[in-house]
Design a binder for this molecule. Sequence first.
Ligand code: HEC
Ligand code: HEC
Length: 357
Amino acid sequence: MTRIKMAGRIFLNVAFILSLPVMVMAGKLDPMGEIPHPADNPGTPAKIELGKKLFFDRRLSGDGTMSCATCHDPQQGFGDGLDISQNYPTTRNWRNAPTILNVAFVNHLFHDGRSATLEEQALVPMMSAFEMNQNLDYVEEEVRSVPEYVDEFTVVFGDGDITRQRIGMAIAAFERTLVSRDTQLDRVLQGEKNVLSPEAEKGYALFTGKGRCTQCHYGVGLSDNSFHALQVKENPEHLTDPRIAATRRFVAKINGYAEYRTLAEDPGRYLMTKSSEDWKAFKTPTLRDIAITGPYMHNGVYANLDEVIEFFNAGGGEGNSALQPLHLTGEEKQQLRTFLEQGLAGAPIEFSYPKIP
Ligand code: HEC
Ligand code: HEC
């Protein structure tokens, strides 16, 4: 009896020591729970419905060709399926359109975290010269000229005044409802047994163990809501398309980057903080529903999950100090991919397209 106990204790100690470096760094995974609607913008059904209409309304763009859904398309995992996102005619975008699934759980919006709330974020693409290129005074008048919208704003906000702030509030309330529910991981975390396939089960162990993924991808949204310089390679188009160069210099200039004319790469979070450790640092994105939200990374440079796993396995991009090589076998890479694809896929979102007034 004693001997068995002893053996057990020794075994435990060895296992503990072996797993120590991983355990110390790993963050805790949490299942999907209540959607955090802020107190100053509660998500009432009427507001969510109004926000949905605005999200799909092409009036929000300068030339009336684009809505938010153009680049955050429900058929494309609420991204646009392109490496570098779409753009206002004659311009070119410079980054990948992230999914807006689960943005309710994102504390810093955009790849460089430049918006803190969805309410404020919604106005940015409307104003952006290379996205919707719309004038906000004009869009207020445009929406105000539609009697159905005046009625709906009255129901939602108590009077028919249509302001940019209220447009942002309604869109934000709608966006918060887009969450991936009932993933296999959620069920595992809630204590259900035998949820994952044997292959995905092994991938899950790699995700939390040898792969060190939960060092940064944890919590409900599978993100630490922080920024890391992984030195993802540049998208080749950044070097060859002068329109992308124009966009990059423009964004750098309006964010107070002095040498914007000679800037040849995406400085990431640095543009916001001007702190050297943020040079080329980007936000840790959510991994929920990752199978349907490619291409991947801030510049869409990886077309599929195999390429992303290869990147992490190699210890990230040249010169980074955030990651180490993982030495995963071919089989392990496969298992990790199976977990990402199957374990993190949400139940299909019940979705109906609104009728635009
Ligand atoms: C022309 C394409 C395009 C349009 C139109 C567009 N977006 Fe985006 N969206 C993007 C790109 C690209 C990014 C990432 C930009 C960056 O990080 O600099 C983004 C980022 C976001 C994010 C941040 C997500 C995150 O995880 O950080 C949200 C939320 C969002 N968009 C909502 C909207 C809303 C609401 C609208 C309509 C008012 C809209 N977008 C219109 C391309 C677009
Ligand atoms: C040091 C923190 C860190 C660790 C560890 C880490 N990631 Fe990431 N991950 C990030 C950041 C930051 C990005 C975004 C990089 C960019 O946009 O250039 C990212 C991007 C991704 C993406 C692309 C998401 C998208 O929508 O574009 C996937 C997939 C991913 N990681 C999976 C993993 C897996 C699997 C592991 C473990 C093998 C892992 N990550 C480990 C920080 C980390």
